[in-house]
Ligand binder design. Structure first.
Ligand code: NAG
Length: 175
């Protein structure tokens, strides 16, 4: 079915499923169709999206679940801090090199999935703190050993999931 037809069907459930549509960005038609709805769940996973428009937060301000996994995104606009109902954000399987600081500014965010990216380091100039976060999944990222240790011992109110750090050659005494 065409995207429009599909949207009209799913709109009844206040859920948008646009996964696996080969989207490069969110089509304007979607914003247009969404203008009078209080959308709750938005699945944009498994596309080829490289960026989300700053207007996304304005149009989708009621969503609680946003799935952006399996795309090609490396950044999120700061405006997403205005997603004041968002509780679950999945940005796993993308191309993020750092964890975008905006995730710590979403007031209701409880679960952040950022696993399987290219995250090497966390921007330590930004404070990693949150009153709402419960769990941040950072597994399967090429974190620097220093960053890995820092996160492992970080005193934060939420759980940080990390993969086992790979030992560097000099640490492996069996060589
Ligand atoms: C997001 O979508 C992917 C791919 O469809 C799926 O595997 C994953 O479980 C979803 N994430 C959440 C938190 O539901």
């Amino acid at each position: 079915p065409t995207i429009e037809l599909f949207l009209i069907i799913v709109l009844c459930y206040l859920i948008v499923d646009l996964s696996e549509c080969e989207l490069i960005q969110v089509p304007d038609a979607v914003y247009h169709l969404m203008r009078h709805t209080e959308l709750k769940t938005c699945d944009l996973s498994s596309n080829v999206i490289t960026k989300i428009s700053p207007k996304f937060a304005v149009k989708f301000s009621f969503i609680t679940d946003l799935n952006l996994s399996h795309n090609q995104m490396a950044r999120l606009p700061d405006e997403l801090a205005d997603l004041h109902s968002l509780e679950m954000l999945d940005i796993s399987h993308n191309t993020f090199i750092t964890l975008p600081a905006v995730v710590f500014k979403m007031p209701k965010l409880r679960e952040l999935k950022a696993n399987n990216n290219a995250i090497i380091d966390i921007d330590r100039d930004e404070i990693i703190t949150s009153d709402s976060l419960e769990v941040v999944d950072l597994r399967h990222n090429p974190l620097t050993p220093m960053c890995h240790d820092l996160l492992k011992h970080a005193v934060v109110s939420f759980r940080i999931e990390l993969s086992e750090r790979e030992k560097e050659d000099w640490e492996d005494l069996t060589i």
